[in-house]
Design a protein around this ligand. Structure first.
Ligand SMILES: NC(=O)c1ccc[n+]([C@@H]2O[C@H](COP(=O)([O-])OP(=O)(O)OC[C@H]3O[C@@H](n4cnc5c(N)ncnc54)[C@H](OP(=O)(O)O)[C@@H]3O)[C@@H](O)[C@H]2O)c1
Length: 181
């Protein structure tokens, strides 16, 4: 059984990016002097999964900053589309969340970082997320790409901790209450 773990930042009104994918509102608020726990989190996971939306954003960045293997879920992207220097680090999978979990298990992954709004929503709906760390940036965007979306049933969360940073970022950690999924 894998543990799907979310570590993500949102605007106070719940968006992970503007409609056009822009995350400058987030990057500009990141204070490098503050430790928001990302390195410690990454150290605890075996692999990363996100959707084509997140892949298209990170591939535009100067360098590939993921130290762990990445699976990109997509029905439209092909493995041939991945640049040569990333082919051993990125695997494209056309799969449902439960099929993806079988792939992770075949790789021996136990703790999987689930990222990208639509992919997180689909994993939540399938009961495949066990823990979420959400860092709220004190800004209202009004519209954008949401972290959460429609659900078949409520998902009850157990609050583990909340930390308020001097920069104004507020980070809360939750465990998904298994009884509800
Ligand atoms: N604030 C943050 O911390 C944070 C973190 C991560 C990303 N982001 C930003 O969020 C944006 C991307 O998020 P997003 O919600 O638009 O996209 P996403 O979840 O990364 O990708 C969605 C796409 O993945 C494909 N897909 C394949 N299987 C899927 C499944 N089971 N469930 C859902 N999608 C699946 C679909 O594309 P196909 O048509 O190819 O199948 C779908 O359109 C980017 O702008 C990125 O920069 C922000």
């Amino acid at each position: 059984m894998i543990s799907g773990r979310v570590f993500i930042a949102t605007s106070l009104d719940g968006y992970i990016a503007r409609e056009n994918g822009d995350i400058e509102w987030l990057i500009s608020r990141d204070d490098p002097a503050e430790d928001h726990g990302y390195n410690s989190f990454i150290g605890s996971i075996d692999g990363i999964v996100f959707g084509r939306g997140t892949y298209e954003a990170v591939i535009k960045m100067e360098s590939w900053f993921y130290s762990k293997p990445v699976v990109v879920l997509s029905q439209s992207l092909m493995q041939e589309d991945i640049p040569d220097h990333l082919k051993t680090k990125v695997h494209v999978l056309n799969a449902s969340p439960s099929e993806a979990v079988r792939y992770f298990a075949s790789k021996g992954w136990k703790n999987v970082y689930v990222d990208g709004g639509k992919v997180i929503q689909s994993f939540l709906r399938e009961g495949l997320i066990s823990e979420m760390t959400i860092t709220q940036v004190p800004v209202l965007l009004g519209s954008g790409r949401p972290l959460f979306g429609p659900l078949k049933n409520d998902i009850s969360l157990i609050h583990l901790e909340t930390v308020a940073f001097p920069s104004g970022l507020v980070q809360s950690k939750y465990r998904v209450d298994r009884k509800t999924t």
